[in-house]
Every structure is written in C-alpha cells, then in structure tokens.
Design a protein around this ligand. Structure first.
Ligand SMILES: *Cc1c(COP(=O)(O)O)cnc(C)c1O
Length: 398
C-alpha cells in the first residue's frame, strides 16, 4: 500500500465557493423568478483586447507552417516575453533583468510551487485574512503556519513585529480579499525586517495594475534592498484578462542568496530555474505571444481600459457604502471592496441576508480567515448594469 501524504488530512475542507454555490442554487430553485446578481467571483468578465487577440492569432498561424512552427520552448519562457516584462517594469520605474523573470501558466501555480524551495522548520508568516493558496500549499507539505492579524486595527495591513522572528513572509498587495494596499514606508519596514531576520518575502502583486495612485508601490522591487530578500509573483489574469488564457510570471532576483546549513551559498534564482526546468515545460507559445502584446504601450492601454471599467464599478460600490456609513477597505486601487457586515452580523449570516433580501451574491469574509468573520467581499468584475442594479438594491436594503 502506498504511504500517502497524510498532510492532506489536515487541510480544511475547501468549502467556501462550493458552499456559496450550494446556497445560491438552493435559493434560485426556490425563487425561480428572482434575478440574482453575483458580485462574488474573483474572475474577470471583459474580453481580451484586440492587440492581444491579434497576437494570439499570429501565434496560432506560426504553428501552422513548418518555417515558423514552434515545439518545446524555454522552460522559463520566451525571451520576447521576458524582455517585454522587463520593459514594462522599467516604464513603472523598477529595474529587473530578463534572467530574473520566469514565465509560467499563472501565479497560483507559482505561489503554490514555491514551497518546493524551502525546507522544514521555517517560521512562515501568513496574514489572516488571506488568499487561501498560501495556507493550503504549505499545509500540503506539512508546514506549520504562523498567522499575523490583519484587521481594522491596522487597516488590514499587517506590519512586522520586531520581537518575533520569521523566515518566510507572504504579502499580497493590493490585497485579495481586503483590497488594502501597502505604501512605500510600510513595505520598506517589511524589507528592513526581512533583511534583519535573514528572511524572505513572497510578494504577490497580482493586482498591481489596479494601482493608479503614483505614490503606491506596484512592485516590491520598488523598495530599496528588496532584491536581497524578496520574490515577486504576478499574473496576466487580472491585469490583462488572462484567467482563461493562463499566463503568469515570477521574479527571482539574482542577488537573492542564502547560506545552506553546510555553509554553501544557494541562489534562489538558480534553484527556481532548476525547479521549473525539472517540473514544468513552459507556458504555451501562443499564450506567450499574446502576453507579450499585453505589455506593449498599446496593449497595456487596452488592458487599462478594462481595468478602468472595473474600477468604476468599485468606485460606485464604495460610494454607496460611504453613504451608508459602512466601514470598508479597498475599492480604489483594487477590484475588491471589503466591508464590515452591518449590525455586527457574521459574514455567513450576512451572505444569507443579502441573498434573500437583495438577491446579491458576495463572498463571506470568514472564508479567508478568522479576521474575516464580520466582513464581506464584493468584487467589481461584474458588468456595469448589474453592478448599478446591485447598488440600488443595497441602497434600499442597508
Ligand atoms: C487571481 C489571483 C492570482 C492569479 O492567479 P492566476 O493563477 O495567475 O490566475 C494570484 N494571487 C492572487 C491573490 C489572486 O487573487
């Protein structure tokens, strides 16, 4: 009999989205005439821009002719895409090299797979509430997790506790689920803490393209010293609408090195290269053709049109909450609005209340951690018409 990875037994039932679906389906069955609006999903809805679509078509055509056919590509991505990303970062004021960019099929894979590079016994800090992938991927490897509280006490931006040592720190900014964004000074504190503790920051910047405030950092590498202590994950999913097309990238600085227990210097860039070359055969050529176009000035301008559409939805929802004096986070440099459930309601109770009385589906904060117990997430990824209708219903109900 195979000895199974029994760490899987310790995973919490991943019941958030299935439980939401169950409750919604039950409601729809019992109320077939009601128009239910979903502002729950973290998935984009607008189609890809024409620049990207044309490049995807070109990629398909390349595969149709012997002269331009492409087989296996480099495991860590085609140079044309890595250079397009380097150029994009440069336009945003951050210098990285193509050797530091690793292309993948998405940030979920990379944030999960990164655990391969770390041994047992690390103190791993993960904020609560959090994107569940960080927790589950560590649990699968039998790792212990130390949670750091993100709550209204720190505006849902956990800060380092100088009296507590950590080895690995997960940060997501702009944050899913809270929409909170760290500023320069706050990220500098994290980088200084990591350098002092010889720790590594795993920085998820999946929503960086939603930042329009020029004073807010869009990359951890905008912070001095970060190249010695951080890895950055990013994705075209929310930036360019690639949730279905699939493409992401991870930046592992060449300066990121630690010493092994036997005194050997280990480069995380070399390790990730080895890891990807061994277990991954590269993202699709066609998708990488399209992705490269998303990072050109014209391509990014089209991405930003879609992002502006979502952000206007977010603004409208935030406006409504403001009028109702409901405490909320996000909604500005983020597609997410995270708000306190009225009347101290618990998030699942508020979920039912909203579904039954306004036919709106959101995401209960409890699904992201205990600090979400009294909070609720709405997303701006719906269409304008539905979003406005939902806001009208909220206005009447709250
Ligand atoms: C959506 C999202 C991602 C992107 O995942 P992909 O696998 O690239 O689609 C990464 N991190 C967070 C926090 C997200 O919400």
């Amino acid at each position: 009999m195979p000895k199974l990875n029994e760490n899987y037994l310790n995973l919490k039932e991943s019941y958030l989205f299935s439980e939401i679906a169950n409750r919604v389906n039950k409601y729809k069955k019992e109320n077939p005439d009601k128009n239910v609006i979903s502002l729950g999903i973290g998935d984009v809805t607008l189609p890809l821009g024409s620049e990207v679509i044309d490049a995807l078509h070109e990629g398909v055509n390349d595969l149709s002719k012997a002269e331009t056919f492409m087989g296996y590509g480099p495991e860590h991505g085609y140079m044309f895409l890595r250079e397009a990303i380097v150029d994009y970062y440069k336009r945003n004021g951050v210098d990285i090299t193509a050797e530091e960019v690793f292309i993948s099929d998405g940030a979920k894979s990379d944030t999960g797979n990164i655990t391969d590079m770390f041994g047992p016994g690390n103190v791993i800090l993960i904020p609560d509430p959090t994107y569940p992938v960080y927790v589950d991927s560590n649990m699968m490897n039998g790792r212990e997790i130390t949670y750091m509280d993100a709550s209204e006490k720190n505006d849902f931006l956990a800060m380092p506790d100088k009296n507590v040592h950590a080895d690995i720190i997960y940060i997501c900014s702009p944050n899913n689920p809270t929409g909170a964004v760290y500023n320069h000074a706050q990220l500098k504190e994290w980088v200084d803490y990591a350098l002092e503790n010889d720790a590594i920051i795993l920085f998820d910047s999946a929503y960086e393209a939603f930042i329009s405030d020029p004073d807010l950092p869009r990359s951890i590498f905008a912070i001095e010293g970060a190249k010695k202590c951080a890895i950055e994950f990013c994705s075209l999913s929310k930036t360019a609408g690639f949730t279905g097309a699939r493409c992401g990238y991870t930046i592992v600085p060449e300066d990121l090195k630690f010493t092994s227990s036997t005194g050997k210097e280990m480069s995380l860039n070399a390790m990730w290269n080895r890891r990807q070359s061994t277990k991954f055969n590269g993202a699709s050529y066609i998708v990488q053709k399209g992705a490269a176009k998303a990072f050109t000035k014209e391509g990014m301008a089209q991405c930003q049109e879609n992002i502006a559409y979502y952000k206007e939805n977010a603004r409208l929802i935030a406006e409504c909450l403001k009028e109702k004096n409901i405490r909320f986070y996000g909604g500005i440099n983020s597609p997410y609005i995270w708000f306190e459930c009225p009347n101290n309601m618990e998030s699942w109770d508020f979920f039912d209340y909203l579904l039954n009385n306004a036919q709106i589906v959101g995401t209960p904060g409890a699904g992201f951690g205990k600090n979400g117990t009294h909070y609720f997430r709405l997303t701006s990824f719906g269409n304008r018409e539905n979003t406005i209708e939902a806001i009208e219903r909220l206005n009447k109900l709250l």
